[in-house]
Design a protein around this ligand. Structure first.
Ligand code: SF4
Length: 226
């Protein structure tokens, strides 16, 4: 596997936000989202076997929750599936953070898939693989990262049209964070003001969760490895 980093931190996103978690961050992505905060994963990294990755994860005991992320982890599908099987048999909880562009049908049901649907102003509109809707279970989460009102309206309409709240365990609307953000740990770096987003969600009566990337509030926004 091509691996950028393996480390423990506090989960910053999804309904698992706030929980201690081991991150396996894989190298490489085939998309280029405008607000991407992990461009350092696009190249580099180091080769590790699936066994070596599992060993590194085990060293971070006693944590029992692992997120496989990137970059886009499903670009290394064969190895990722093998890693999932190994970690599941060792009774780890697994989260998979994915762009939604890669096929997800082979991911084991026990894995919590956190699947993006890229919005119009992400720079990667239309990349969501529609057949991935059929792979969603009540365990999974669908995430929209929003840059502006147009993105919100796209997310709202997509959520309604595809009945996402019934298909997945959570639907998350999250303001994009300015990728050049530094210093202060506050909502001023969000491209959509969370308070405004709250108003929009309430006005439309949407069954979605407003998500903030809490690691950007715990640590300085530019910090890597958290
Ligand atoms: S899919 Fe994720 S890693 Fe890839 S460019 Fe978009 S935000 Fe960055």
């Amino acid at each position: 596997m091509q691996v950028t980093e393996i480390y423990s931190s506090i989960q910053g996103e999804s309904s698992y936000a706030g929980l201690p978690c081991i991150f396996v961050r894989l190298t490489g992505c085939n998309l280029r989202c405008d607000w991407c905060d992990s461009e350092y994963t696009f190249t580099g990294g180091h080769k590790m076997s699936v066994e070596e990755v599992e060993k590194e994860v085990r060293k971070l005991a006693p944590l029992r929750l692992v997120e496989i992320t990137g970059g886009e982890p499903m670009l290394q599908e064969e190895e990722v599936l093998e890693l999932m099987r190994r970690l599941l048999s060792a009774t780890y909880g697994i989260l998979l953070e994915t762009s939604g562009e890669r096929p997800l049908a082979k991911v084991p049901q026990e894995v919590v898939k956190i699947v993006d649907v890229k919005c119009p102003h992400s720079g990667e509109a239309g990349t969501f693989r529609m057949e991935n809707l059929a792979a969603l279970t009540a365990r999974d989460e669908v995430k929209f990262v929003l840059s502006d009102r147009a993105d919100y309206e796209f997310a709202r309409d997509f959520t309604r049209e595809h009945k996402l709240a019934a298909r997945a365990g959570a639907v998350i609307f999250s303001p994009a964070f300015r990728k050049d953000a530094t210093g202060t740990r506050d909502a001023s770096h969000c491209l959509v003001d969370p308070r405004e987003l709250a108003d929009w969600i309430l006005a439309d009566g949407l069954p979605v969760r407003l998500g903030l990337q809490i690691h950007k509030f715990i640590w300085a926004p530019e910090t890597q490895g958290v």
